[in-house]
Design a protein around this ligand. Structure first.
Ligand code: SAM
Length: 296
């Protein structure tokens, strides 16, 4: 899989992918990242990438021509203007399927590419979207700056706008790095333990995971859209607090049950909104009612 990042600050990414899992995935060739300097696609002496907004107002806007040229250099063609509709909220991906360009032979004949504009106005980036991106061959990320990007780039070239949260960043670079990091770790082979993505916050439902590993019952529960459970390591006693006894006794089924209850407790306390779409059993619902009653 390959990420292409279009930015006016290519140096921003020096070092950002040189740590831990991401560095290893790049070194092993499981993932590639191409950084493209938007100023390389300008044709004036000052390498101008921005201009004043039509209609007046604060700040500057990234001009469409250099962005269009950068995208076309990556083999991304504009949509036909008759087919342009504003991206809808919700819904799944509809990645472009196109003949591979000169950048890389990813598949024998075709590759699945999606073009994303990082934007505070975009759909919220979630683990579910990261999972969809991880299944593609190529993800192109456009980093805005100033007041943003001329909207016609969004209309002509982008498959979706993504926001990493309800706040305004000064540029799309941090957001692009977040998308690359969260997506990359879901690509098969990137995490040491293949299954570990499933046991993290926002992972898949338990029913979709094998119940034991080589005959040994698992001590983890698929998160099924819940938050992760709390983790502990040695020493067993720290700061006057003892790690939960259940984790020290080696009973995998008990540990698994305890961890799942903690997932429910954490999610109820910190992200009750997630419970609406979580994969909950009847027993989970009873447990949640009991936890709510405790708090009353
Ligand atoms: N005028 C824009 C607005 O109010 O929505 C904010 C522009 S912001 C200062 C500059 C760039 O940062 C945006 O074009 C976008 O690429 C990036 N950006 C800002 N907040 C973001 C967010 N929450 N998620 C993703 N990208 C963001």
């Amino acid at each position: 899989m390959r990420f292409e990042i279009v930015t006016i600050f290519p140096e921003f990414f020096a070092g950002i992918f040189e740590h831990g899992i991401v560095r290893r995935a790049l070194a092993e060739g499981l993932v590639e990242v191409g950084i493209h300097d938007l100023r390389d696609f300008t044709h004036d002496r000052h390498r101008t990438v921005d201009d004043r907004p039509f209609g007046g107002g604060e700040g500057m806007v990234l001009k469409p021509e250099p962005l269009a040229e950068a995208l076309q250099s990556l083999g991304i063609q504009p949509k036909s203007t008759s087919k342009i509709s504003q991206p809808e909220g919700g819904g799944g991906f509809n990645p472009r399927i196109q003949p591979i360009g000169s950048t890389r032979a990813l598949a024998p004949e075709k590759e699945h590419t999606t073009v994303i504009l990082l934007s505070a106005q975009g759909r919220p980036f979630t683990q579910a979207i990261a999972r969809e991106l991880a299944a593609l061959d190529r993800v192109v990320l456009i980093c805005g700056r100033y007041e943003g990007v001329d909207e016609r780039i969004n209309q002509l070239y982008c498959d979706m706008e993504l926001s990493i949260g309800d706040y305004v960043l000064s540029g799309g670079e941090l957001a692009a790095a977040v998308v690359v990091d969260a997506t990359m770790r879901l690509i098969p082979g990137v995490l040491g333990n293949e299954a570990s993505g499933e046991f993290e916050s926002f992972g898949v439902a338990d029913a979709e995971i094998a119940t034991d590993i080589e005959g040994v019952p698992r001590s983890q529960h698929g998160s099924g859209g819940l938050l992760d459970y709390p983790h502990y390591t040695r020493p067993a006693e720290f700061g006057g607090l003892r790690a939960p006894e259940v984790l020290l006794n080696g009973d995998h089924l008990q540990i698994r049950r305890w961890r799942h209850e903690q997932q429910l407790r954490k999610t109820l306390a910190n992200r009750p909104d997630l419970l609406k779409d979580a994969a909950l059993s009847e027993e989970d619902r009873r447990l949640l009612d009991a936890i709510r009653e405790e708090g009353e």
